[in-house]
Design a binder for this molecule. Structure first.
Ligand SMILES: [Zn+2]
Length: 115
């Protein structure tokens, strides 16, 4: 895919900024998750519900960080922005919204319909 070094750097900057945001979110999640041993049982029960929510949020952020790291690797390999399913360009509009997207809109829709 033809991309100028300047464009590549812009994409990298955007991906790294996105990754930094997610890492900040994971840190915040950890700071807010309190130690269950310091609470009484009612608080613990409430906390158990929170733990499920917190770990779901954390898993999601960790997953997104992994996707961004994969996108940066593809950027280095020169395959960033190419659909992994059909090999067509993903499109700048879609990449702007989902910088770590691995599929073009058509293929992603096809997959989600199949799932
Ligand atoms: Zn595709």
């Amino acid at each position: 895919m033809d991309r100028s070094p300047k464009e590549t750097e812009e994409i990298r900057t955007r991906l790294l900024a996105h990754k930094a945001d997610l890492q900040k979110r994971v840190t915040t999640i950890h700071e807010h998750a309190r130690d269950p041993l310091e609470q009484d049982s009612a608080e613990q029960a409430a906390q158990l519900g929170n733990v499920a929510v917190v770990s779901a949020l954390e898993n999601e952020a960790v997953q997104q960080i992994a996707e961004i790291e994969a996108a940066i690797s593809r950027l280095d390999a020169g395959t960033y922005g190419v659909c992994v399913s059909c090999g067509e360009p993903i499109g700048d509009g879609r990449l702007r919204v989902r910088p770590a997207a691995t599929q073009c809109r058509d293929c992603a829709e096809l997959d989600s319909r199949r799932a």
